[in-house]
Design a protein around this ligand. Structure first.
Ligand code: ATP
Ligand code: MG
Length: 565
């Protein structure tokens, strides 16, 4: 929920406004978006991006982009680049504030040394397994490490040697000295540094010890002067530790505030799981149009405006919930309805010959580009003797309430004329319909009859001679169950993948006005939905992704709610 709207403020804005009122941090608002560069961003991250950058805009503050790159083994430059592209595409600007946790490695090492000097950290020789066993459980207190009482001098020496690379991976760690009987497991002498002999994408081989997230994150926030550090609910139990480090080191104290992460129906939002789909070839890449990644949504035809609108509408809560994916699609349709140029495309062509329209003649008819926005102007569409309509728009034996074309019936061709079907030509062998013969009424130009004669059906069509062929990729949900991660023990979430999520139509017929379309251009194909030109397109071979069909179930729900209000 946005400021200035006639609604109460959400809990984060309430908190920020009270901090401003009490002049905490001199009224400054400084947030950050802190992705770990171990995958592409998804729609859940968009929520966090819109929130952090949005708050900075609303309160005249700043928002940093900070890469949380404390884990050398899973991070890659490719991810850093994709993240920057996605944040920019969403419409946000971090100006010159592009930071990396790895920029602070020296400083963080110094902080760790300070903790040792204060007797608040120690080098522990227990194995990872032992540390886990010593940790206790929610009902049992943990057991002290036998190394906890090493002298400051010995700890400093050992920590220095850890940094110098004198020990093997996993042989030692630096741990905070807090409380092994704390009811909060995170406070039971957590590990703050570990040995990893691996190259880092920015620092190369300079380091072989790396700080743990809980230690690094709060201190990075502090170094950057972040006033409000927003994160998802799973970090609530980590807040006491976040605060502990800042208090022990007596540095600028950022305030961590948690909010519920976005969950979407029929969608998996976990970088690790999305990576699995990419690596195992279930999708074509991180930007496959079926993926809930920002790059996938972009390729699918989503607009940044629609994603920001969605993030506004879902609001902020302290409790986890699942948002209906129909809402996301509704936001998209609303925006595309205003923005997308209408064109005609026949996905499954059936030839229609207009017997009384002379061979070789052509007419160029006026068509509006968007009835929602006359400012988008008009274009010409060619009409000729041979046309295509959709196969499904003709029935030899029409059922009740089928108002499209049938033998001896008249329908309107959009922007063109009334036509009447006189003859059906079938393939002798298969019995399948090959072609229709119709006549047009020249007195109905533009699709309106002067004598007031009414028709019930309006069909889209294209002129066969002028049509351009294009490949169209139709998409269905990537997962067929509402909560794809809800599987029995031992089962794989990938069993919930929808085997029919992609259908390719190799040659559809489009009106010639789209021939110069470029990757990323979005259209409404009349009666068919929204489509977007895919980057796979080549000169003379356009490829379109189906963005969303026209049917809007969410709009229906909203309407129903209104009638009951
Ligand atoms: P994932 O669970 O997909 O691996 P993550 O939390 O590990 O995501 P990060 O790169 O650490 O990914 O996240 C960057 C920021 O985005 C964090 O502040 C995180 O809280 C936020 N974020 C991640 N997923 C969501 C989500 N589903 N809804 C809202 N915010 C999210
Ligand atoms: Mg994370």
């Amino acid at each position: 929920m946005k400021k200035n709207e006639d609604t109460t403020l959400d809990f984060i804005r309430t908190r920020i406004e009270s901090d401003i009122k009490s002049n905490k941090n001199n009224g400054r608002v400084h947030t950050r978006f802190p992705p770990e560069p171990n995958g592409y961003l998804h729609i859940g991250h968009a929520k966090s991006i819109c929130l952090n950058f949005g708050l900075a805009q609303e309160y005249n503050g700043k928002c940093n982009l900070r890469f949380d790159d404390t884990n050398p083994s899973k991070e890659e430059v490719e991810y850093v680049e994709s993240i920057k592209k996605d944040v920019r595409w969403l419409g946000f600007d971090w100006e010159d504030r592009e930071y990396y946790a790895s920029d602070y490695f020296e400083k963080l090492y110094e902080y760790a040394t300070q903790l040792i000097k204060k007797g608040k950290a120690f080098v522990c020789d227990l194995t990872a397994d032992q540390i886990k066993r010593y940790r206790g459980t929610l009902t049992e207190p943990g057991k002290e490490s036998p190394y906890k009482n090493r002298s400051v001098k010995e700890n400093l020496e050992l920590f220095r040697k850890m940094r110098k690379g004198e020990y093997e991976d996993g042989s030692r760690v630096l741990r905070a000295k807090i409380d092994m009987s704390s009811p909060n497991l995170n406070m039971r002498d957590p590990v703050i540094y570990r040995i990893v002999h691996e190259s880092h994408h920015r620092t190369g081989d300079k380091w072989c010890i790396y700080p743990m997230y809980d230690f690094a994150h709060g201190l990075c926030d502090s170094i950057e002067g972040i006033t409000h550090s927003l994160c998802t609910l799973e970090f609530e139990d980590h807040r006491p530790l976040y605060d502990w480090f800042l208090e022990q080191l007596n540095v600028f104290h950022s305030q961590q505030i948690e909010f519920a992460r976005l969950n979407l129906s029929y969608t998996v939002l976990s970088k690790r799981k999305l990576l699995e789909l990419v690596e195992e070839g279930y999708v074509k890449g991180w930007d496959d149009p079926r993926m809930p990644t920002i790059s996938g949504l972009r390729r699918r035809g989503y607009t940044p405006e629609s994603i920001r609108d969605f993030c506004d509408r879902i609001g902020l809560a302290k409790r986890e919930s699942v948002v209906d994916i129909d809402l996301l699609e509704h936001c998209l349709r609303e925006h595309l309805n205003k923005k997308a140029k209408r064109v005609m495309a026949v996905l499954d062509p059936l030839e229609v010959i207009i017997d009384n329209f002379p061979e070789g003649k052509e007419e160029h008819l006026d068509a509006e580009n968007n009835p929602e926005d006359p400012g988008m102007g008009k274009r010409k569409i060619p009409f000729s003797r041979s046309l295509y309509i959709e196969k499904e728009d003709f029935r030899e034996d029409p059922p009740r309430k089928y108002f499209r074309l049938a033998p001896d019936r008249e329908v309107r061709l959009k922007h063109a004329y009334y036509i009447k079907c006189n003859q059906v030509i079938k393939d002798k062998g298969t019995g399948k319909i090959k072609r229709l013969h119709c006549t047009y009424d020249p007195e109905t130009k533009g699709g309106w009859s002067k004598d007031g004669r009414k028709v019930k059906g309006t069909l889209h069509w294209v002129s066969a001679r002028h049509a351009i062929k294009a490949e169209i990729r139709l998409y269905d949900r990537l997962f067929q169950t509402k909560n794809p991660l809800d599987v029995k023990k031992g089962e794989d979430f990938k069993k919930n993948l929808n085997p029919e999520s992609l259908k390719i139509i190799p040659s559809c017929m489009l009106e010639p006005s789209v021939s110069n379309a470029r990757p990323g251009d979005r259209f409404q194909f009349l009666r068919k939905g929204y489509f977007c030109v895919d980057p796979d397109s080549k000169k003379g071979h356009l490829v379109f992704n189906q963005t969303v069909p026209l049917r809007d179930t969410w709009a229906k729900i909203l309407k129903k709610q209104k009638t009951y209000e």
